[in-house]
Design a protein around this ligand. Structure first.
Ligand code: DGJ
Length: 730
């Protein structure tokens, strides 16, 4: 059994194929963390923690010996205010106002499979043989809080998920002030801290720094997971690179305010925590009520960052994305946003659709501007009624005409938002987030609907269902274009206003669940001002997410590289857009724009009718190529080969099919060099025992040659030139 209880050692051992995790129940019921790392056979590893008397430390329970202190004990779920002064996982406030929290072991359960988390997205199993779960039940006798730590270990992936439930078993109400989903103590500190920071149009840049004494971390207080800090971090040994070395990944299945902190103490131990951001958070529990914290997915790899990422990719493709579109071939789409912005009508769209269909593109997506009086971004969010001045004959007529030219139709919506200048706002000013007496802060001139309200969600469900069912809509882009301010709700009592940030996210999940269940045939693409909500929570509802509003191919190299740290290429929305690029004014060759967008869901974001005949031919070729490469890109293993964060001149990455019979390598010369080196790319993913043939040159390589000697990149001059090498076994 991958999870078992060693009665003699009083310890629990959880195994994945290459990792082990050991928890020990200590005297007095404290739950200690003894080990997380490469797989080991022993379950009794008591020697890893030694009680040492440390002057000036606290001793719990009035015990006489001075060598047992929570301050130095590696713990599974450290509490606040009872002697562990490091960053804590949980703070419960009692009715009397006290926040010291003391959790002790009560009981456990081990079972096959993985439980659902109520109201929350989570990684899932499809049969009980895929994973095993340990529930550790702890209790705080004073507050009456019963805390269940839920651990699931996957049998075929080095994945452990963690989440937490708190039930109030006392007769008085309690308040949760802080609740982390995971906390892991390491007895060393020689790690690098890797995380993904950014801005709008520059999401998921990779930062790698040495851990230092004290605290380091990041958070979102914006109501979404944000462009600024993705809910992901990794702790890697200093020598860990793409192909070798140990790394621990942490990624939170959550789309709201998150918090990650790593603390190194004076004794060089490290504590890593991740959970809902405690700032502006609190949750009341009446007697018998339960709160469930979102899940954190922990991945262990001793084969470098590449293996960590591939584990996340496999997990998310097979155990997080759901529904028909999980494995169905996604259409190559054309989106009119950068082609027209708000300036379109039905004829213009049909013109684009016709041109696109002739080149082999499979779907037209009508972006923002089709409803209310929306001719710019100052108005009409909430008025989800077709603007018939723009779309004469209405939506059905447009969709019929699009379908008649031989392609599918998709639509853009931004359901969580409301413009102050909208009929919806005039009818229901009470429906947006607000604080009585305080002026609104707008973002893109819009306000945010109060998604905590059931009446708002019911209205949205009805109005969206009417649109999605009135005609043949096969794709929906679900956008969200501002962060949350004045986070108050008119329906929630004063003492629960700090629940709103989390309740907002639960409300978004509720409507997404209802809509995606009601329209299983629709392909949903998440979006938030580009990639501002690119997180595992959203992937549960939409198997692809618009990666960034920056469509510049050269900038996308870094954005898509960073995104691939934990998200599969099959989830990354990527399009060829017009040049000069609208965000950077850069010109990049059409081939290169295509090559970069192909490492994503692939589509276009321009008016094909404005392309030259030569470019149109290239579109046909790209469409053909993408279809040929679709399986290896979408379902293949992804390898990052040449890091643009280390080398601003060039980058490379590749894919290999699961059967190891097909390889695709993309090399980009980001900046040309007058007299650059000849470049060699080694591909660690190849099967050493197979022979691969370059489909363009006919040259044959043995797999071990690709691994060790690599391929030579033809001498490339010029900015933004790409080389793609496609190999198949012979
Ligand atoms: C932000 C998105 O990221 C863009 O692609 C586009 O849909 C605009 N919103 C429309 O307002």
């Amino acid at each position: 059994m991958p999870i078992f209880f060693d009665e003699k050692a009083n310890s629990f051992k959880l195994d994945t194929p290459n990792s082990s995790y050991i928890i020990k129940i200590m005297p007095l019921g404290y739950v200690s963390h003894l080990y997380y790392g490469g797989r080991i056979s022993d379950s009794d590893v008591d020697y890893l923690y030694q009680c040492i008397e440390r002057p000036y430390s606290t001793n719990p329970d009035g015990i006489k010996t001075r060598d047992f202190s929570l301050e130095h004990l590696p713990q599974e779920y450290p509490c606040n205010g009872t002697g562990d002064f490091r960053t804590s996982a949980i703070t419960i406030r009692t009715e009397k106002g006290n926040t010291s929290t003391d959790l002790r072991y009560k009981s456990y359960k081990i079972y096959a499979g993985k439980p659902k988390l109520e109201g929350l997205p989570a990684v899932y199993t499809e049969d009980e043989g895929q994973a095993d779960t340990l529930e550790l039940i702890l209790e705080d006798k004073v507050s009456g809080a019963e805390v269940t730590l839920i651990y699931t270990a996957f049998r075929s992936l080095d994945v452990m998920t963690r989440s937490v439930k708190v039930t109030n078993r006392s007769s008085a109400p309690i308040a949760i002030e802080r609740i982390m989903s995971t906390s892991v103590d390491f007895n060393e500190s020689e790690y690098d801290f890797i995380h993904l920071y950014g801005t709008w149009a520059n999401e998921r840049m990779v930062s790698r720094t040495k851990l230092h004494h004290g605290k380091q971390g990041f958070e979102s207080k914006r109501g979404t997971s944000s462009h600024q800090h993705n809910p992901f971090f990794a702790l890697a040994m200093p020598n860990t690179d793409e192909n070798m070395g140990e790394v621990y990944g942490f990624n939170m299945v959550y789309s709201g305010n998150h918090f990650s902190e790593v603390e190194v103490d004076g004794f060089k131990t490290t504590r890593a925590i991740m959970g809902i951001n405690p700032t502006d958070f609190e949750w009341f529990l009446e007697r018998g009520e339960t709160f469930t914290a979102p899940e954190v997915v922990m991945v262990y790899s001793n084969k470098g960052l590449g293996e960590m990422s591939r584990t996340y990719h496999k997990l998310y493709q097979n155990h997080l994305c759901r529904g028909e579109w999980r494995y169905k071939r996604r259409p190559i789409l054309i989106n009119n946003w950068e082609a027209t912005y708000f300036d379109f009508d039905d004829d213009k769209l049909i013109h684009i659709a016709k041109g696109a269909a002739e080149l082999g593109i499979e779907m037209l997506v009508m972006d923002d501007g089709w409803f209310g009086r929306r001719n710019d971004d100052y108005t009409s969010l909430g008025d989800w009624f077709v603007n018939e001045e723009k779309l004469k004959g209405g939506l059905s007529s447009l969709v019929e005409r699009v379908n008649a030219v031989g392609i599918k139709f998709g639509i853009w919506v931004e359901p969580e938002m409301i413009s102050p200048d909208s009929d919806l706002y005039r009818a229901h000013p009470e429906w947006c987030l607000q604080v009585e007496g305080r002026a609104f802060t707008t973002g893109r001139s819009q306000l945010v609907l109060d998604m905590t309200r059931k009446d708002v969600r019911d209205y949205l469900f009805k109005v969206l269902s009417d649109i999605f069912s009135c005609t043949n809509i096969e794709y929906v882009k679900w956008d969200m274009n501002r962060h949350l301010t004045e986070v108050g709700s008119l329906l929630i009592p004063a003492n629960r206003q700090k629940e709103i940030f989390h309740r907002y996210v639960l409300g978004v999940y509720d409507i997404l669940e209802r809509i995606t269940l009601a329209f299983p045939h629709i392909l949903f693409e998440g979006c938030s001002g580009g990639g501002g909500r690119f997180d595992p929570g959203m992937l549960y509802y939409s198997p692809q997410i618009w990666t960034s509003d920056d469509t510049d191919a050269m900038e996308r190299v870094k954005i898509q590289w960073g995104t691939s740290m934990c998200y599969p290429v099959s989830s990354m929305g990527a399009h060829v857009s017009a040049c000069p690029n609208h965000q950077t004014m850069r010109d990049t060759s059409f081939e290169t724009r295509g090559a970069i967008a192909m490492s994503g869901t692939f589509g276009y974001e321009l008016d094909v009718n404005k392309l030259s005949e030569k470019e149109k031919e290239m579109v046909k070729k790209q469409v053909h190529k993408f279809k040929e490469y679709y399986d290896v890109i979408t379902y293949g293993d992804h390898y990052r080969l040449l890091d643009p964060f280390k080398n601003s001149l060039r980058a490379a990455w590749g894919f290999i099919s699961q059967d190891k019979n097909e390889i695709l390598i993309t090399f980009v010369q980001i900046k040309g060099e007058a007299s650059g080196p000849l470049y060699k790319i080694r591909f660690a993913g190849a099967d050493p025992n197979k022979k691969y043939q370059d489909t363009a040159t006919g040259r044959i390589y043995r797999g071990d040659t690709l691994i060790n000697a690599g391929i030579m990149i033809p001498y490339i001059l010029g900015d933004g030139v790409t080389y793609m090498c496609h190999l198949k076994t012979v």
